[in-house]
Design a protein around this ligand. Structure first.
Ligand code: GDP
Length: 534
């Protein structure tokens, strides 16, 4: 039997998609996201190169190679998407933007991944930004792997942390490993499925990386004594309460495998890598707006999840980050932009790793590509080859900060309009208007106030129309409809506006107490929460 070229490429795409794991880390500032990202990249690189030289299992070799590589390469983690090659898998770690500019971008990134790592600081547990990001994962029913970090420092009891996860967010924790010794006097980790013990020993001479030594249970019990006994009892308890890994509820986002470890001394990072490879799902068919599933081995399709302007100062370009959903991407392909039906040339596509841009020639489902000169694209847009597909828009998130924007120089109204429209298309802020306020004074809505700084800066430097912004005393937005709008508008402490990019009507309310009062005194008015924080 002969196979045709198209059958061959279909199998190639399916195989490549099956090797991919695309994920993001959700965490609160300082939980250790950068440290963990770096540790994952270095650990994977060390395993791969050590694997070639000493065989995969040689952990001591790994540790020393890793330290050398860290010094040599000084890998910096500032990328939009970091590709980590690990054994025969390709891990795409899509970066959630820096903490200072926490904004809608952070949420949108989650639409481009298949799994999230929820990173917790062992001393702090669930923190506000983690909770907000988790809400998005929950809304998407995304599988979440939990990593409890900084176990080398004084922190909370492991059982207490699990309890917090279950009680506060209703996610059932199923630990895969269990710490021996309390946080701060951390001895090592027991792997629950194999029962093996990985002992952590600090390297002599004050080096920051730990050495992992794998021991059978009998030896571990002898060495760790009382601490071992306590950990064993706790593990027994976990079995009794049924906190065992369950694949279906993990995939449905209802339970979460939990790993303890410490990113800084690189302890437990290998287990996390193994868990991502073993449990995180590979890309699967994504469904278009007309309910048509697009299997991963169908012709190319992808969705823009993030836009970025002027990354290169010499080059006023606009870059679109696209998550590949199906098919093989070859640089130079001419794709179709689903929203307009126009062709889009990809001659200058790039992969963005670190602060450097490197050209990529091929990509597969799960990968992230960056398209330059993407002025015509907006967040949420679909690009495809072959049969048409258009993916549903990426949900926009509940803004909590609102300002009125006006051009400083009324003579520059054209530039003002153009700039606001562009920033709206890029999703930098949401733009709201109403007849009462008029087109000259749109309301800008943001998830994080730093989005307004970006707008002010870009309006002045890029669109040559500096703006004044004055804050509005609202902090809650709800979706409403044309029937309820007039009644809501008439209430004090509430205002109805139309979101420009999708025509949705939003009611803005001073605060959640005022919202409750309205809901109580005027039942029946339609006020539906928006996603995340709404
Ligand atoms: P991010 O803000 O989430 O990116 O956090 P960073 O990666 O910058 O880490 C915040 C601080 O926590 C830094 O000082 C790190 O060195 C420290 N840190 C991160 N992981 C660990 C860990 O496992 N153990 C200890 N002791 N410190 C850590």
């Amino acid at each position: 039997m002969t196979t045709t070229a198209s059958e061959r490429s279909t199998t190639e795409v399916a195989r490549e998609a099956g090797r991919r794991r695309t994920f993001a880390v959700i965490s609160h500032p300082d939980a250790g996201k950068s440290t963990l990202t770096e540790a994952l990249a270095l650990h994977a690189a060390a395993i791969s190169s050590a694997g070639a030289v000493h065989g995969k299992g040689d952990r001591r070799g790994v540790t020393s190679d890793w330290m050398e590589m860290e010094q040599d390469r000084g890998i910096s983690i500032t990328s939009a998407a970091l590709r980590i090659d690990y054994s025969d898998r390709v891990l795409n770690l899509v970066d959630t933007p820096g903490h200072a500019d926490f904004s809608e971008d952070t949420y949108r990134v989650l639409s481009a991944v298949d799994c999230a790592i929820m990173l917790l600081d062992s001393a702090k547990g669930l923190e506000p930004q983690t909770l907000k990001l988790f809400d998005v994962c929950r809304a998407r029913r995304m599988p979440v792997i939990t990593f409890v970090n900084k176990w080398d420092r004084p922190g909370r009891e492991p059982l207490e942390l699990l309890d917090e996860i279950e009680q506060r967010i209703g996610l059932r924790p199923t630990p895969l490993n269990w710490p021996v010794g309390i946080a701060g006097d951390f001895r090592g980790l027991i792997d629950r499925s194999s029962g093996t013990y990985t002992k952590m020993t600090r390297t002599p001479g004050g080096a920051s990386k730990a050495v992992e030594q794998v021991l059978p249970a009998e030896d571990a019990a002898r060495i760790e004594g009382q601490e071992w006994g306590q950990a064993s009892e706790e593990i027994e308890l976990l079995g009794e309460i049924g906190a065992d890994f369950d694949h279906d509820s993990f995939m449905a986002g209802e339970s979460s495998p939990v790993l303890f470890g410490a990113a800084l001394p690189n302890f437990g990072v290998g287990q996390l890598l193994e868990t991502i490879v073993g449990l995180a799902p590979a890309p699967t068919a994504k469904t278009g707006t007309r309910d048509e599933p697009r299997p991963v081995d169908a012709p190319f399709s992808g969705q823009v999840f993030k836009m970025q302007a002027n990354m290169d100062k010499n080059h006023r370009d606009r870059m679109a980050f696209v998550r590949v959903s199906s098919g093989r991407f070859d640089r130079g392909m001419v794709l179709t932009h689903a929203a307009t039906g126009r062709p889009f040339a990809t001659k200058y596509s790039q992969a963005v790793f670190g602060s450097e841009r490197s050209t990529i020639d091929t990509a597969f489902p799960g990968d992230v590509i960056a398209l330059v000169n993407a002025q015509a694209l907006s967040v949420g847009d679909t690009l495809y080859d072959g049969p048409k597909v258009e993916f549903p828009p990426i949900p926009s998130f509940a803004p909590e900060h609102f300002v009125v924007a006006r051009a400083v120089d009324a003579g520059k109204y054209k530039q003002f309009q153009r700039g606001i429209a562009q920033l709206d298309a890029e999703g930098v802020v949401q733009v709201l208007t109403s007849d009462v306020r008029g087109e000259q004074a749109p309301v800008l809505a943001a998830v994080g106030p730093l989005q307004f700084d970006v707008v002010r800066h870009r309006m002045e430097h890029e669109f040559r129309s500096p703006i004044d912004t004055s804050p509005l005393d609202y902090s809650v937005a709800r979706r409403t409809d044309t029937e309820s709008a007039p009644a809501l508008h008439a209430l004090s402490g509430a205002e109805v506006l139309r979101r420009r990019n999708d025509g949705e009507l939003l009611v803005l309310v001073h605060n959640k107490w005022r919202l409750r009062v309205i809901e109580r005194e005027h039942p029946g008015l339609f006020m539906e929460p928006l996603l995340a924080g709404g």
